[in-house]
Design a protein around this ligand. Sequence first.
Ligand code: F0G
Length: 338
Amino acid sequence: MPVTDQTPVVTLLEGNTPLIPAPAIAAQIGRQVRVLVKYDGLNPTGSFKDRGMTMAISKAKEAGAKAVICASTGNTSASAAAYARRGGMRAFVLIPDGYVALGKLAQALLYGAEILAIKGNFDRALEIVRQMAETYPVNLVNSVNPYRLEGQKTAAFEIVDNLGNAPDWLCIPVGNAGNITAYWMGFCQYHSLGKCDRLPKMMGFQAIGAAPLVTGQAVTHPETIATAIRIGNPASWQKAIAVQTASAGEFNAVSDAEILDAYRFLAAEEGIFCEPASAASVAGLFKVKDRVPSGATVVCVLTGNGLKDPDTAINHSQNTFKQGIEPTLDSVAKVMGF
Ligand code: F0G
């Protein structure tokens, strides 16, 4: 990690998240495939962003920054706000008005971020904050900040530490393409240190309505229920293509219906509540399941906690919520089917 004794480390003890076996997913694939999920929703602010933010904010503090800025579909803003405030800095966040999940907005607000909701999408917000950081005394903490990726690569280290080797496949949701780039950096660094003797095939998944890496065309009006990855022109586009080439990997798109199916499956069959964007990794694995080699070890990255987006959970759960029941034993038993 690019830190020295002089770096004032701003941390909330992020990382070391569990790599949870997912036998129900594996059973859907068969052929002795082993599936695990890296549940990064258990970070301090509920997403993988904390791994990068501890680095970006620590380095900003080291450089004497008084304020940081980011564009965000929600998670980056929550994470930037938490770490910036802990480091004694102002946090400015630009978000696409109306397209940030409720939990993320609640977090950024309570952490004390200064939130600017723009009448435009994430891609436009990112253009603005990049210009802001060039012109004004604010430090940019989006994943174009190289320290973000240095922090996020630690998830790959942990996977190798847990498994004793790299997995055969890594399935990961892709939006701005920083995280897939960071994972690959981590696997390559560990490989060059002799900590693993293979590198995974990097399988990136985007939502069909926001899949520039699949089509090769930027999307002017990206749309998906997975608002975290509602991105049409990823900042790390070229890096992501380089990862695909180097790892013999693929980019594929999944529909919102497939994302929601995987989201419900993870919760109801594995007991794991992630946010919709995170479920794209599992939806993607189901989509290409016939091509997983027999006996392979597959890791799906679950980037964010399900509590981030209570609206989607409530609107798209199974219909198991019965309200207005009379408060008597008989009526409760009757509704239960006894
Ligand atoms: N999953 C979640 C839950 C995310 O919040 C993001 C990105 C991704 C996946 C995709 O990661 O951008 O590195 O390819 N969220 C950013 C944000 C854009 O502003 O919170 P990526």
